[in-house]
Ligand binder design. Sequence first.
Ligand code: NAG
Ligand code: NAG
Ligand code: NAG
Ligand code: NAG
Ligand code: NAG
Ligand code: NAG
Ligand code: NAG
Ligand code: NAG
Ligand code: NAG
Ligand code: NAG
Ligand code: NAG
Ligand code: NAG
Length: 415
Amino acid sequence: MWGLRSSTLANIFLLLSVAMNFSVSHVSASKQFQNETDRLALLEFKNQIHDDPFGALNSWNHSQHHCRWEGVTCSTRHQRVIALTLRQKQFSGTISPQVGNLSFMRSIQLGESQFHGGIPQEFGRLFRLRVLNLSHNAISGKIPVNLSYCLELIYISLTGNNLEGKIPIDQLSNLKKLKRIGFNNNNLTGEIPSSIGNLSSLTSLSLAFNNLEGNLPMEMGLLRRLSFLAATENKLSGIIPASIFNSSAITAIAVGGNSFHGSLPTNIGLTLPNLQALYVGGNNFYGSLPTSITNASGLEILDLPNNKFAGQIPTNLGDLTNLQKLNLDTNLFGGNSTGDLDFIASLTNCSGLRIFSLGYNKFGGNIPRVMANLSNQLAALYLGGNQLSGTIPEGGHSKRFWQITKFAISKSIPK
Ligand SMILES: *[C@@H]1O[C@H](CO)[C@@H](O)[C@H](O)[C@H]1NC(C)=O
Ligand SMILES: *[C@@H]1O[C@H](CO)[C@@H](O)[C@H](O)[C@H]1NC(C)=O
Ligand SMILES: *[C@@H]1O[C@H](CO)[C@@H](O)[C@H](O)[C@H]1NC(C)=O
Ligand SMILES: *[C@@H]1O[C@H](CO)[C@@H](O)[C@H](O)[C@H]1NC(C)=O
Ligand SMILES: *[C@@H]1O[C@H](CO)[C@@H](O)[C@H](O)[C@H]1NC(C)=O
Ligand SMILES: *[C@@H]1O[C@H](CO)[C@@H](O)[C@H](O)[C@H]1NC(C)=O
Ligand SMILES: *[C@@H]1O[C@H](CO)[C@@H](O)[C@H](O)[C@H]1NC(C)=O
Ligand SMILES: *[C@@H]1O[C@H](CO)[C@@H](O)[C@H](O)[C@H]1NC(C)=O
Ligand SMILES: *[C@@H]1O[C@H](CO)[C@@H](O)[C@H](O)[C@H]1NC(C)=O
Ligand SMILES: *[C@@H]1O[C@H](CO)[C@@H](O)[C@H](O)[C@H]1NC(C)=O
Ligand SMILES: *[C@@H]1O[C@H](CO)[C@@H](O)[C@H](O)[C@H]1NC(C)=O
Ligand SMILES: *[C@@H]1O[C@H](CO)[C@@H](O)[C@H](O)[C@H]1NC(C)=O
């Protein structure tokens, strides 16, 4: 019903616009519709939208200049369209290739709608494009190779679509200004080529929840500005290249849910002094948790579950006073011996600790009394699946144990 009505209307507008174009071209002071190409492209964009449940495009009519249409921004001097910002409009339809005619465009923000179909190759004609944000739609097909012509691109997010095929990194790697890539939650496949090392401005790379395979290329360590790396839930394997652990700009590494192996470098806290989050769960990592981790003083998240890490936890781990989440679950930490939980005393200095799991390891000894003095922010505490003994400590904040929403201690304390 809506679809029919809205596209019929759009057709009428298109006819109207052709008629007006004709009359306007005979008026010398045609200030009202300065660039006909822009207006026709916008009308064609509207024409490809079959459902506009919030009426976001109601203002796209001929009673006013297209520069005043909702979501359209024009340059003040030349009245050329420079931005299209229509987020959370629940449009359904496809993105018209005619958008490629909006040659002064700098920013396209069409996130959180229901666009389907592909990303037009014609986007490669937008030489001035800086921001392309098509996140959270139902866009399919491949990432167009032609985006490599958008040399001014700074930010591209295609997160949360149905894109497939290989990422055309070889072509995109000539985008020297590109800072942020968001390709999370698609169905991208293939390997990450070494040419990624040529994206010299890159600060944030998000590739999580795809079907990427192969190794992370060593050349990623050439990205001296890379701060955020997310590749969670793919089919990646091999080791994390030493060059990445050597990149001092790194603040977050999230590579959980892959098939990586290898150990954390012993100097990790010295080479990554700005590290705030390390997510490596659900891989085949082994070796110990290096003591140097305590030198990464801004660390908030240490998420290591479901690996084969072993050995003792550094007893000064609580030097990381900003720790919020410490997840050691399902590893081989500890030695079924009395000193295994000595590190917990230092954690009383982590006043923001919210989640703490040491479940399913080889920790032994008594549950230390100091456990009762952990952060009063603690919302989840998992101790089960170890060889712990003793009782739940009293005193301190011990009453809080029973207020913690997620508290698991089963298989630890003998009946
Ligand atoms: C309108 O835009 C087109 C395409 O960029 C351009 O060729 C044309 O010169 C512009 N016309 C005016 C009047 O600005
Ligand atoms: C055209 O847009 C203006 C501004 O939003 C609005 O007031 C007017 O009702 C619209 N006209 C039609 C025919 O939809
Ligand atoms: C606009 O784009 C279409 C398709 O990309 C093209 O065929 C057409 O010639 C362009 N029109 C103008 C006026 O530039
Ligand atoms: C991209 O679009 C999404 C969805 O609308 C939004 O949440 C996000 O903030 C946008 N990113 C930028 C950098 O504008
Ligand atoms: C791809 O981009 C190039 C460079 O802007 C342009 O010449 C070509 O027409 C684009 N391809 C398509 C199919 O629009
Ligand atoms: C993703 O792509 C793979 C290989 O092309 C295919 O087998 C799979 O069904 C796709 N998954 C989804 C959710 O589209
Ligand atoms: C990176 O770019 C240089 C030239 O800028 C080129 O010679 C080299 O082959 C590129 N590297 C990769 C891995 O594509
Ligand atoms: C790490 O960086 C240092 C200094 O920047 C350099 O000498 C060393 O070769 C690098 N190591 C690796 C494995 O990249
Ligand atoms: C690393 O931490 C240790 C123990 O906390 C400390 O003695 C050492 O000085 C730190 N090193 C650097 C380079 O900060
Ligand atoms: C742990 O140590 C206790 C006492 O030292 C011993 O009885 C028990 O068998 C050990 N458990 C495991 C799984 O090694
Ligand atoms: C807590 O921090 C203070 C100040 O840095 C330090 O003196 C104290 O030893 C720490 N306590 C524990 C249990 O690590
Ligand atoms: C726990 O804290 C209480 C009060 O803050 C203190 O009296 C007690 O000594 C602490 N217990 C341990 C084992 O540090």
